[in-house]
Structures are given as C-alpha cells and as structure tokens.
Design a binder for this molecule. Structure first.
Ligand SMILES: NC(=O)c1ccc[n+]([C@@H]2O[C@H](COP(=O)([O-])OP(=O)(O)OC[C@H]3O[C@@H](n4cnc5c(N)ncnc54)[C@H](OP(=O)(O)O)[C@@H]3O)[C@@H](O)[C@H]2O)c1
Length: 271
C-alpha cells in the first residue's frame, strides 16, 4: 500500500530555469519556505535542484524532491540507469517522488515495461513514492494492476482556472488520487484575469495567489514557477488564503478547456 501522502501542497516548478538564475530562484524559494522542488530529466535543472538542497542547510528530510523519467528513457535497458543518473546529478540517494513524465506515445514502449521499471525504482529505495504525469484516465486504470492499487501517489497534469479538467478531477477524487497542477498560473496569464483580480483585492493578495488557493481548495497540489523574489512570496502566500463557496463557484465558471501544452506525443485527453 502507498504511504500517507505528505507531498507539500505548494511546490516550486523549475522548467526552463537553468543556470545561475535558476539556482538563485531555488535558493530564494527555499529561504521563503518552499519545501517541494519539481524537476525532470528533460529540464536540465536536476543539478541546480541538488545544489540548492545541499546549500539550503536543511536536512534532507525537510525537502521534497520530485523528478520525472523522460519519454526517451522508457525502454527497459534505459529506465533504471536513467534514474541512477538522475540521482547522481541531484547528488541524492533517493527522490521523494519519481514520475513517468509522459506515457509512451502509441505504446511504442510497452506500458508494462516502464510501469514495472517505476515500481522497481521504488523497491530499490531510489524513490520514496511513485506517480505519473500527463496520464489520462485509461492509462491510470491500466497502471493499477501493474504497480498495485494505491501505489500511484499523484498524476501531474496541466490544470489552471482555464483548464480545470473536471472528468480527470472527478475520477481522481473517486480513487483518492491527488492531482498535481502544472502550469497553475497558466504561464502567468491568470494575473490579468478580472474575476481573479476582484477576488484578490478582497483578500489582499495577487490574482496569481487566488488561482493557487483555488486549485489547492479543489484538492490539488500546485507547482508554480517564478524567478522573481516578490512573486515567489506572492505565490507562497496562497497557502493562507481560504476562498468562500461563492468565490470558488466564480472561479469554477472560468473553465474553458484551454489546454496550453499539447504536443504531438500527447495521449487522448479526457477533458
Ligand atoms: N509534467 C509536465 O509535463 C509539465 C509541463 C509543464 C510544466 N511542468 C511543471 O510545472 C511548473 C510550472 O509551470 P510553468 O512554469 O510552465 O507555468 P506557471 O507556473 O503557470 O507560470 C509561470 C509564469 O508565470 C509567471 N509568474 C509566476 N508567478 C507570478 C505571479 N505571482 N504573477 C504574475 N506572473 C507570475 C512567471 O514569470 P516570472 O518568473 O517572471 O515570475 C512565469 O512566466 C514547471 O516549472 C514545471 O516544473 C510540468
């Protein structure tokens, strides 16, 4: 059985934030209080995340590190060596959460091969928890018999006020599975939203924080990215915002199925 989910509800995204500026953002975020860092083999940020963990002065157990196996490393011969390489780059002996970044397009790599690899990474102690990313309901259903019911701790997917993925959300709720909302600010677009802006003024926070508070209120984990100290603070403040039922309804009404990440390799989405 999976252990109790203790994934910090608000984490820091690192996509595209490489080099000294990326490291600086990580260090600032940790100083502010962020304890959940999201990286991936394909981001080129594992080294910075490892360095930030080392420089933070915090004990390893105080930080929650997620990485993702790239879709180019799903073959049986590559899967576990790629995880070992990630740990080496991160300078860690385990990650807290290991995800499959994308299911293999058109099952080019058989599903069972990499789901078995994922379970094996956990069995070896390289990952405390396992999960998936960009998985539609059909793939979640086929994962269970391979890795064991309840083993998948989260499905990291695009979710923001403009893409609320109600089918996937309701399925996750029915299974007790937590979704991690990537791109929770719709790449910053939410900050210009008048509905969010009005609610933000009432709470004395930014529209971005309202977006994050809404998503957390829906039961999701959020991983916004920023390289700016003030915005890192603004986003972190979302943890202390509780929205009323009317405010929540108003934000639910913003859903328009607007998907921003939809590469050719995407599975058939549910919403
Ligand atoms: N699993 C997957 O396939 C997948 C796909 C995409 C993303 N992700 C993960 O999700 C993380 C977040 O997604 P994302 O970085 O693409 O998008 P995001 O977090 O929705 O938006 C980040 C953008 O919003 C701006 N921003 C941040 N805080 C703001 C605020 N308070 N007010 C106004 N603008 C603000 C940032 O600019 P500044 O830096 O200038 O603040 C940046 O341009 C990624 O970093 C990655 O870790 C996963």
């Amino acid at each position: 059985m999976a252990q109790t989910t203790t994934i910090p509800r608000l984490g820091l995204g690192t996509y595209g934030r490489t080099g000294p500026e990326g490291l600086d953002a990580l260090l600032k975020a940790i100083e502010i209080g962020y304890r959940h860092l999201d990286t991936a083999q394909s981001y080129g940020t594992e080294e910075n995340v490892g360095e930030a963990v080392k420089r933070s002065g915090l004990s390893r157990s105080e930080l929650f590190v997620t990485t993702k196996v790239a879709d180019t490393n799903l073959e049986a011969t590559q899967f576990l060596p790629s995880v070992e390489k990630s740990l080496e780059t991160l300078q860690l002996d385990h990650v807290d959460l290991l995800l499959i970044h994308w299911p293999s397009a058109r099952d080019q790599v058989p599903f069972e091969v990499y789901m078995t690899g994922l379970a094996e990474a956990k069995a070896r102690g390289w990952a405390k928890r396992i999960g998936v990313s960009n998985y539609p309901i059909a793939d979640l259903e086929r994962a269970d018999p391979i890795v064991g019911k309840g083993e998948i701790e989260t499905n990291q997917v695009e979710i923001h006020p403009y893409l609320q993925a109600p089918r996937l959300r309701d399925h996750a709720r029915s299974k007790g599975l937590t979704l991690t909302a990537y791109m929770p600010l719709a790449k910053g677009k939410v900050s210009a939203d008048p509905v969010l802006g009005e609610i933000a003024a009432t709470h004395g926070v930014t529209a971005a924080a309202i977006s994050l508070a809404f998503l957390m209120g829906e039961g999701h984990i959020v991983i916004p990215a920023s390289g700016n100290t003030e915005r890192l603070h603004d986003n972190f403040a979302a943890r202390n915002v509780t929205l009323s039922a009317d405010e929540t309804d108003a934000i639910r009404a913003l859903d328009r199925g607007e998907r921003m990440i939809n590469p050719e390799k995407s599975p058939k989405w549910d919403d």
